[in-house]
Design a protein around this ligand. Structure first.
Ligand SMILES: Nc1ncnc2c1ncn2[C@@H]1O[C@H](COP(=O)(O)OP(=O)(O)O)[C@@H](O)[C@H]1O
Ligand SMILES: [Mg+2]
Length: 341
């Protein structure tokens, strides 16, 4: 069930251009983390560095007692099997059917027989709602279906860690809502550690357990969802509330004169908007890192903004919580003597 990834002092440069430096964070095992940041801040580069496709100039990436940045190529190849990656563009082979695309990692990395491969592929296609589309070519299906096919392919090796680069870019709001639910359900079911890059503020506010924000070549903040959603830090506040006012300008960062002009206007950032409840698994399972709404705020003596933890249907999750937890699907107890694995 998922593994923890510990990133320490990671720095990535291309030539003389520093993309980000001294990034340290821990992706907790089995939890969902979201990585945010303005375009071009190196989010995709960060994911590629985590899987070892790009070499950092400094720092460590620990999985257990192995440092991915120091592994010989042969071990790195093995370690990559822990990862399932959905790249930004889906990265499907255009001339292969969806079935063959999804089967590709199994044929490449395992010696499984075709019958077994077929079962796995069909199971993953069902999971992402693509049954019936096996024979289609990537060019014949919608962007949303391509994303889901990419996700199915990322899942076939039963990864412990799933990295998704903008899985929701180019999707309409309804498809985004379905995809978010799929991610939360998957996480509850397979317990993998997730890191998702997104620009969708609603997804960023409701899906993760942890949120990180890259800005100005640094990790500006990384922490529990409720910490960032209640933060007064200008850049965090601006980004998580999609505001024009704040340190982020149209072209990356605002210059000093722009910021001074804004200060002169006496802009009042106002009250923080309500914190929405977390998206919950659709089958009544618990989230792996389940905590009562507002638990982090309470533990840190912070008042939730008024109206927090009420969902779109008007359900107040703070009141609903004890009932919800009591009704939760209980884990099936293992049969005496272990039972089949
Ligand atoms: N292979 C590469 N070689 C040189 N520069 C790169 C490479 N990949 C990305 N970059 C640069 O790194 C920066 C961050 O890119 P990227 O990670 O794609 O940003 P984001 O995903 O946050 O929008 C950009 O300036 C981009 O041009
Ligand atoms: Mg990107």
């Amino acid at each position: 069930m998922g593994v923890e990834i510990r990133v320490e002092g990671l720095t990535k440069r291309f030539g003389r251009q520093t993309i980000w430096q001294d990034v340290s964070l821990t992706l907790p095992a089995g939890e969902i983390s979201v990585l945010l940041g303005p375009s071009g801040t190196g989010k995709s580069v960060f994911l590629k560095t985590l899987v070892g496709l790009l070499k950092p100039e400094a720092g460590h990436i620990w999985i257990g007692d192995r440092d991915l940045t120091r592994l010989p190529e042969a071990d790195l190849y093995e370690t990559r099997k822990l990862f399932g990656v959905l790249f930004q563009d889906g990265a499907l082979f255009g001339s292969m059917s969806l079935f063959d695309n999804i089967a590709f990692p199994l044929r490449e990395h395992t010696k499984k027989k075709e019958g077994v491969i077929k079962n796995i592929v069909m199971e993953k296609m069902e999971l992402v709602g693509l049954l019936g589309a096996e024979a289609k070519l990537p060019g014949e299906i919608s962007g949303g279906m391509r994303k889901r096919a990419g996700l199915a392919r990322a899942l076939v090796l039963d990864p412990e860690i799933i990295l998704c680069d903008e899985p929701d870019s180019g999707l309409d709001p309804v498809r985004t809502a379905y995809l978010n639910q799929l991610i939360v359900d998957l996480n509850a079911r397979i317990g993998a550690t997730f890191l998702i890059v997104t620009h969708d503020i609603n997804s960023a506010r409701t899906v993760p357990d942890h949120i990180g924000l890259l800005f100005q070549r640094h990790l500006a903040m990384f922490g529990p969802r409720e910490m960032l959603l209640s933060s007064d830090e200008p850049v965090v506040r601006q980004f998580l509330n999609a505001r024009k006012h704040g340190p982020i300008g149209m072209s990356e960062e605002k210059d000093l004169s722009e910021l001074e002009a804004e200060a002169k206007m006496g802009h009042d950032p106002g009250r923080l908007p309500p914190i929405p409840p977390q998206l919950m698994p659709s089958d009544g399972r618990a989230r792996l890192a389940q905590a009562a709404p507002g638990a982090w705020l309470k533990a840190n003596g912070i008042q939730a903004p008024p109206g927090s933890f009420i969902d779109d249907a008007g359900v107040n999750w703070t009141e609903e919580w004890p009932r919800y937890v009591a009704a939760q699907q209980q884990p099936v107890a293992a049969p005496p003597g272990g039972g089949p694995q």
